[in-house]
Design a protein around this ligand. Sequence first.
Ligand code: PLP
Length: 379
Amino acid sequence: MIYLDSAATTAVRRDVLEAMWPALTGQFGNPSSTHDLGAAAAKMLADARDTIAAIVGGRASEVIFTSGGTESDNLAIKGIALAAPRGRHIVASAIEHPAVAEACDYLERFHGFEISVVDVDGDGIVRVEDVAAAVRADTTLVSIMYANNEIGSVQPIAPIAAIAHAVGAVMHTDAVQAAGWLDLDVRTLGVDALSISGHKLGAPKGVGALWLRGSIPIEPLIHGGGQERGRRSGTENVAGAVGLATALAIGERIRVDATANTTALRDAFISRVLATVPGARLTGSPTLRLPVSASFTLGVTSGEAVVLELERRGIVCSSGSACAAGRDEPSTVLLALGLSPELAQTALRFTLDASITADQLDDVSTALRDAVATVASIA
Ligand code: PLP
């Protein structure tokens, strides 16, 4: 099998699992317990927090462990908005993940917030001037994702953060897809809050983190024993936290070399698909995109049918985001690019990983050409 759906999820890396093993076995204590087993767990949790803080360039006390990207986004959006001393206006892009978009909708419906949705250009990039036009004196929060999960487009976070700060708003970015591939340094990005998720980069499902600048007040979503400095109660997922920190640290170590290599392979793959698959068009930006992302529309052939046909040939990819799969509506991200609903139904998404080879990608492009021909012949 050639797995090209890392944007949906990844396998747990062996080295990550090995790092987690002690927290699941011999050192299984509750970090809040005062005995030695508890202290050992607390130490592992603290080390994981230190590792993540170092990678994002923040303080350990600013890392809040969560159950994943969805919770990190919800905590950021609702938690920051509800605790904000001023304003009831939020700015977000038209291509945010549902974890951000739906959290904004909730604030609008139940808490009287007003949401301004900023469009993207045809390449799926937020225009900085559109954010500048959308922010107001009462803007509480600006949330723009770092990299998109369907089309891989990478957003100009630093200038957008500067605009948010100029009106006194907090800047959040969903870095779930960016983690492992792009620089997560919050000082360079200029953000105040950043969401990450373990299972997109070789750690298990069910763990994530929100980095939140210490000076920013937050209303917790989960109340209870006061763990995570009262910002997220519940006995900590120590093994998950260790896994997340380990995966991030590995990602950070190999990121620069892996990026150069994967970007070259991605570009060769995209060129080959565009040259050999009739009707194929790239979605998203040719250059401002994640090194691992290759997404297309096929013109007339159903993306879903081609996904099934490719799977018969041992290749796993997706017709859109895993979160939207199974729904019949066309992707809001693709509609935001200006694509028609019919064209959006022909979308196909491949997400590479650092282990992919040129030969494998050649096989995939040939299989794609054949799969499209097969689906077209029976349509
Ligand atoms: N944000 C983005 C950009 C994502 O791609 C995802 C998952 O697909 C999430 C948030 C949600 O993360 P999780 O699956 O860890 O809840």
